[in-house]
Design a protein around this ligand. Sequence first.
Ligand SMILES: O=P(O)(O)OC[C@H]1O[C@H](O[C@H]2O[C@H](CO)[C@@H](O)[C@H](O)[C@H]2O)[C@H](O)[C@@H](O)[C@@H]1O
Length: 240
Amino acid sequence: MEQDIMRPPLVSLATHAICLDFDGTLVDIAATPDGIEVPETLAPLLNHLLAETDGATALISGRDVAALRRHLPEYKGPIIGSHGGERSDAPGRIDTSGLPDARAVIAEVHALAAGLRVEEKPHGAVLHYRAEPDRADEAETTARAIAARFPGFTLQRAKMAWEIHPEGISKDRALATLFESPPFQGRLPLFAGDDTTDEPALAHVAQKGGIAIRIGGGDSAAPYHLETPSDMLSWLASLS
Ligand SMILES: O=P(O)(O)OC[C@H]1O[C@H](O[C@H]2O[C@H](CO)[C@@H](O)[C@H](O)[C@H]2O)[C@H](O)[C@@H](O)[C@@H]1O
């Protein structure tokens, strides 16, 4: 699909809320989930945005909250994790209420992984094939079969990975909920993401008149585009 893509305009931290995906948006994609290199400047930058937006800055990630806090121990702000399944308003606090018990799903993913990397989350599991790209079809078939066996769970495609998680969680719903109360309520939304899993949230923000930014390539509902996580960090650092 041909579309006009533009560099985002500078936005005011006095009027906007800054919501950011993590992998592929703030940090480069790596061979494994724990192989990422988190720039030293990232946590200070996020804490700066948090202060300048009066608390209206959040990470909205497919990763679980505990993993994100481990990678960003200095970051003090809110995190929506597990694609919207978990909410942490500050370090040490996590709300996972409403998520179904996923232990049987996780056990099944381990049982059928056949050597593919499994990432456990509180609400489900991810089957990663980045280390073995020639097993992409097998990973998809296995993940589809597992998702079909567990009512209430669904399949989510990610970058070289398939995730099985509860139905009804998504980043656009999480964003909408976030903006129902202060400090997000009343501010214009900004969301940046790099993946198909981010598209519903990018479309939601564009439809609300906010700033939706797609990082990297791919068809997108976002009118704005930046090439790499490094470009994203430089752009965020230029805001005031
Ligand atoms: O919503 P995000 O913050 O973008 O998280 C999406 C998934 O990111 C991670 O997987 C992806 O990044 C890995 C590290 O670069 C890479 O090895 C993998 O192939 C990618 O799919 C994370 O592991 C998942 O839990 C997130 O859902």
